[in-house]
Design a protein around this ligand. Sequence first.
Ligand code: R5P
Length: 297
Amino acid sequence: MNAAVFAFEETQAQARALAACLDIASHDVCVRSFPDGESLVRVPSAARTALLFRSLDHPNAKLVEILLAASALRDGGAERVMLVAPYLAYMRQDMAFHPGEAVSQRVIGNLIAAHFDGLVTVDPHLHRIADLGEVIRGIDVLSLSAAPALAKAIEQGLREDTILVGPDIESRPWVESIAKPLGLEVLVGEKQRFGDRQVRLVLPHAGRARGRPAILVDDIISSGTTLLACAGLLRDAGATSVEAIATHCLASAADLAHLTANGIDRIRTSDTVPGSVAEISIAETLAGAIRGQGWIG
Ligand code: R5P
């Protein structure tokens, strides 16, 4: 077999959707956890090109297991093992902010480069580095944007006076690339973070949202604190409704419930991380890039 997708249990549906778009087989990777916490990974018959599919939210055990799976695939005859990680972890810690801290981005980047022949991911959370190829060196790296898929999702039933709102400067690329094809007005806030769940946000020109529906756009919903603060400002400014759309949702069910109980009418994200709000399939985006790069021959 030339190429196949290999899927861990929690993202089987997303992996199968990708395999269907690429018109190749999808196989399940089996993981058994021992009582002492170690993992045993088993892969079915390998393919010449193996696309190992796993999103790296809650990454610590998953990272070990993808290394074990990559090794098993090579032992089974794979000539190339490509990691399909729609969500890529550890990209935020790109420097030692305090003495003694590890630069996690560099460590994890080197680990992936050492064990895989290629990586495809979506909207990696990079701050001071523009190109993911600077972090993961020497292998084929595809860094994709979910913005076109998110724009397509909000297009249906969209009111033309809708205003798109980025809560902070980092969200500007996403909010602008979604607003442009839809011809929507944009507002971008300014955020200061004081802790995991403590932010101060200002939204210049918030009055522009009065009497209009607003859609918040961000790359990641983590605790939801950023969206909550911004939704409050939009409600105070007189927005008629507030929805949120993002690439990745890492938030817990309790945090999502808190958001919807406190001023956010609807939350939608891409399915880079499976979950209750992951409504927007990213399979076509991944498949187009993988095909375009010639990974599956
Ligand atoms: C910040 O740079 C990101 O774009 C997100 O705004 C942030 O990661 C969201 O985190 P939280 O949901 O915890 O506020």
